[in-house]
Design a protein around this ligand. Structure first.
Ligand code: PEP
Ligand code: MG
Length: 598
């Protein structure tokens, strides 16, 4: 971080979602709610019941929020901090408090927020005069919970996430995937956060939503900026410039224009075949998180959906999706894709993704815990059955395939396949249409699955390599932990060897092999992935254009030679240089694309 002029300040981070945005700051500080007296308001006697109901629902909402916060904190391994929420939950669950508020609403004919505030004030005053310091300090807890309940009563919680009055750039310490999925796409111009990494699900979502983003910012950006400050976010190179000078602003306005032109050119090329100069075609598919991503995918010329992350159907919503609504979503997707394959990944909850509606226990190492298929087979069987039934049913409408995440052994696949057979019988008995021959494939994202590829290939219809997790689990680095980010190297020799092993096993067994991790969307790695011999690269739709352009300038033979050389490298940098050298040879413009990770 350095000062350029009196006001202009540059913050450096990691470019997580490409794009330039110039706008005004909206700060999200952890506690956006506050303990303030609500305006006095009287109610009529016939409103008592509705006020009581409103109060109970606000308490329930607060309880859910606190439990979810507690889980998040516990999952980040701060048990001491997490226990704070036990105290908070006790307050929400206090029956005496509930009765007192009810009595006040009835007797004083006042709104739920006024009644609640009056009771809380009594507690706060009583505790504040206690001589015991420890008890005195509980006032902060009471006010904290009270402010949450008040905000839920007044409907003022998290207004910034789902609705903004004006376009703004969000600056926060952290945004969870559930926060991000709620962002108002029309009004959130960009975001910049102090935590996170390039392969965190928050970053992945930002790319899908086409919101420029910078993560892992060095410095205290949240404390140093003010709401309304003018700011530039450069999601290509990962910088944030506060109070830009006239000169900086003009330069970035120009850069934003060029960016627009660049994408327009790529869209113009979207009908061109992703074929190498020596005639090899590779499928370019999209990773999507919701139906709203379909239009961008089509605009950039996708050949189907290579990964639909269904977990977002369970996050940031009011309840679990029903079987019917899931059938409808998948059928729409099939219809929109016009016969192109649609690969739907079953629920991958756990790790950094939580759903308030699934009872997931806090774990010390959530990425190594009951995540994805493990959770589905053990603690969320009913939810899993419903999802599989909806996939089988939607499969009757077209080319839909089921993909299982985080497989680490043969038994998991066998168990799911048996379950699918059982569900087919069930649907048959219920006389509901379904696809009896639905294809079932797996993600290869644990080193165990990669090493077992030869066996797994014999019992599944396709592989899709999830490099985000494969890298995390192979190199032993938490993909969300910014402190070990420097070790996250897609061209690490161990990764390249595993990739080659998986692709070779798939080909020997004549099954389809795709790569759907973030690595597939980064032009720097395209020569190596192409040379490995994969059938498909599946990526965030915005990257389809750049990857297509690179493929069309490459020769398969040269890519294969590059892979041979890279596999002999002892370190990630040398292997990456081999890929970049080939890019440089085919064209400097393409190398530029690669270096900026478009
Ligand atoms: C991966 O792990 O590479 C992948 C595509 O899955 P996700 O990023 O959703 O974990
Ligand atoms: Mg994964």
């Amino acid at each position: 971080m350095s000062e350029l002029t009196a006001q202009e300040k540059i913050y450096h981070g990691i470019g997580a979602s490409p794009g330039i945005s110039i706008g005004k700051v909206l700060l999200i500080r952890q506690h956006s709610t506050s303990y303030v007296k609500p305006p006095d308001a009287a109610i009529a006697p016939d409103q008592i019941d509705s006020e009581l109901a409103r109060f109970e629902s606000a308490l329930e909402k607060t309880r859910t929020e606190l439990e979810s916060l507690q889980r998040r904190v516990q999952n980040k391994l701060q048990a001491r901090e997490a226990s704070i929420f036990d105290a908070h939950l006790l307050i929400v669950d206090d029956q005496m408090l509930l009765r007192e508020v009810e009595d006040t609403i009835r007797e004083q004919l006042t709104t739920a927020e006024c009644a609640f505030f009056r009771i809380m004030e009594r507690y706060v005053t009583a505790i504040s005069v206690m001589p015991d310091l420890y008890i005195k300090e509980r006032v902060a807890d009471i006010k904290d919970v009270a402010s949450r309940v008040l905000a839920n009563l007044q409907g003022t919680r998290r207004p910034v996430l789902d609705y903004l009055e004006e376009p703004r750039i969000i600056i926060a310490h952290d945004l969870t995937p559930s926060d991000t999925v709620l962002l108002d796409r029309q009004k959130v111009q960009a975001f910049a956060i102090e935590s996170g990494s390039n392969t965190s699900h928050t970053a992945i979502l930002a790319r899908s939503m086409q919101i420029p983003a910078v993560v892992n910012i060095i410095g205290n950006i949240v404390d140093e900026l003010e709401n309304g400050t003018e700011i530039i976010v450069d999601g290509f190179i990962g910088t944030v410039i506060a109070n830009p000078s006239e000169k900086t602003r003009t330069a970035y306005q120009l850069k934003a224009k060029e960016e627009g032109r660049f994408y327009i050119d790529l869209i113009r090329e979207s009908r061109l075949r992703p074929e190498t100069l020596d005639g090899f075609t590779i499928q370019l598919a999209s990773n999507i998180e919701s139906l709203t991503d379909i239009q961008t995918a089509k605009k950039f010329g996708t050949s189907g959906v290579g990964l639909f992350r269904t977990e977002y159907m369970y996050l940031g919503r009011d309840g679990l999706p029903s079987e019917e609504s899931q059938v409808e979503t998948f059928a729409t997707l099939i219809h929109e894709m016009n016969g192109e394959p649609v690969v739907v990944r079953t629920l991958d909850i756990g790790g950094d993704k939580y759903s308030e509606h699934l009872s997931i226990r806090a774990e010390a190492n959530p990425f190594l815990g009951l995540r994805a298929i493990r959770l589905c087979l053990h603690e969320c069987q009913e939810v899993f059955r419903t999802q599989l039934r909806s996939l089988l049913r939607a499969g009757a409408c077209g080319n839909l395939k089921i993909m299982l995440p985080m497989i680490s052994c043969i038994e998991e696949v066998i168990q799911v396949k048996e379950l699918i057979e059982e569900l087919k019988e069930e649907l048959f008995r219920e006389k509901l249409p379904f696809n009896r021959d639905i294809e079932v494939g797996i993600m290869i994202e644990t080193p165990a699955a990669a090493l077992l590829a030869e066996h797994l290939a014999k019992i599944v219809d396709f592989f899709s390599i999830g490099t985000n997790d494969l890298i995390q689990y192979t190199i032993a680095i938490d993909r969300d932990n910014d402190r070990v980010n420097y070790l996250y190297e897609p061209t690490h020799p161990a990764i390249l060897r595993l990739l080659k092993m998986v692709v070779d096993a798939a080909k020997r067994n004549r099954i389809w092999v795709s790569i759907c991790g973030q690595m597939a969307s980064n032009p720097q790695y395209v020569p190596l992935l192409l040379g490995m011999g994969v059938h498909e690269l599946s990526m965030v739709p915005m990257s389809l254009g750049a990857v297509r352009r690179i493929i069309r300038k490459l020769k398969m033979h040269e890519a294969e030679v590059a892979v041979e050389k890279a596999l002999n490298c002892s370190n990630a940098r040398d292997a990456l240089n081999i890929s970049l050298e080939l890019l440089k040879k085919i064209s400097p413009e393409v190398t530029d694309l690669a270096m900026h990770g478009l």
